[in-house]
Design a protein. Structure first.
Length: 327
């Protein structure tokens, strides 16, 4: 890879941009460029990332008019919060959005309210700023097994629920890789070891579905990818190892949550929201940290807990929603 200030070139015509969200190497946007110089962004990060995205274009000698597509994998704000503002800077681009999510980027009020419910209004305002709507006439809704051409570079989109029902993943034949958003897990570079990266499932609110997640991952693997590009963070090529790791951890998280449900039911406490959330938080911290350290990550347990605290909290909240639905 060739380093520049905020992006790296992974392969010819594929660039990984650090959006700067939360911390370094936490949240990525991807820029694809065809041999003809046509460009597409996959995920955008938040509003504060837009100067980095535009700066990457400039560093590559591309003008804003070269961008044909902005493609959020789903409409959660760490993936699509900057999409509206970015579209205002790209005169020729269309936004390609999952049909369940398109209306939320055309009119982001419900999306903002949902984020406020999870994070609180002050955090949302400080973190994401003014979420800009995308004009409806510039939005194209994806459909399962849709293909689009970026110059001579062909992209395929498939419906991939599991993390969210408004999630699609994008296949790039040129790299034989999937842009997986959050459906195929999260991998932070701080947890890389001599054995390779560590990948863990994200069960965040409010549409986590383990059955759908497994089916979506299996469908992506059926294409025999050589690489996946999760938004958090960056390309992963050690697919056999991380897939086994991901699936085993998903199994343990699901089994642990169901065991907690049964335990609390037996004690007549399953209706106690605080008890459910506390139990799930303990489960998430225990399993995520143990899995990370078992993978070979050269971190102290305290540092691993610190890095995973936000994910453990959100995973516990999402698992609580799933348990309530399953009950």
């Amino acid at each position: 890879m060739t380093d520049t200030t905020h992006f790296q070139t992974f392969a010819d015509g594929l660039h990984v941009i650090d959006t700067g969200f939360e911390r370094d190497r936490f949240d990525a946007a991807y820029l694809l460029v065809s041999p003809q110089g046509r460009a597409a962004f996959i995920d955008t990060g938040h509003n504060a990332a837009v100067p980095r995205l535009l700066g990457t274009l400039a560093a590559l000698g591309l003008g804003v008019e070269a961008v044909d597509w902005v493609i959020p994998t789903h409409v959660h704000l760490d993936h699509a919060g900057g999409a509206g503002l970015l579209m205002e800077r790209l005169p020729n681009a269309r936004a390609l959005i999952h049909p369940r999510g398109a209306r939320h980027l055309i009119d982001p009020l419900a999306l903002i309210e949902g984020a406020r419910a999870v994070y609180g209004p002050e955090v949302v305002k400080a973190t994401y700023g003014d979420i800009r709507p995308i004009p409806a006439e510039r939005v194209v809704e994806s459909h399962d097994d849709m293909t689009i051409d970026l110059g001579s570079r062909r992209l395929r989109l498939i419906d991939t629920p599991g993390h969210a029902r408004h999630h699609h993943c994008i296949w790039d034949e040129a790299t034989r890789g999937w842009f997986t958003g959050d459906t195929f897990g999260i991998s932070y570079r701080e947890f890389d070891s001599a054995a390779g990266p560590w990948l863990f499932p994200t069960t965040t609110p409010v549409q986590f579905d383990p059955v759908a997640m497994r089916a979506s991952v299996a469908r992506m693997l059926a294409a025999q990818p050589q690489v996946i590009f999760p938004t958090h963070f960056g390309p992963i090529t050690a697919l056999a190892r991380v897939t086994a790791q991901f699936q085993a951890l998903l199994d343990r998280l699901e089994a642990g949550a169901l065991a907690l449900r049964d335990e609390l039911r037996a004690a007549g406490r399953f209706g106690d929201r605080a008890a459910v959330e506390a139990g799930l938080m303990a489960l998430m911290e225990r399993e995520l940290v143990a899995s990370a350290l078992a993978s070979g990550a050269a971190l102290s347990e305290a540092r691993a807990r610190e890095l995973l605290r936000l994910d453990a909290t959100l995973n516990a909240q999402g698992m609580a929603v799933w348990l309530a639905k399953a009950a």
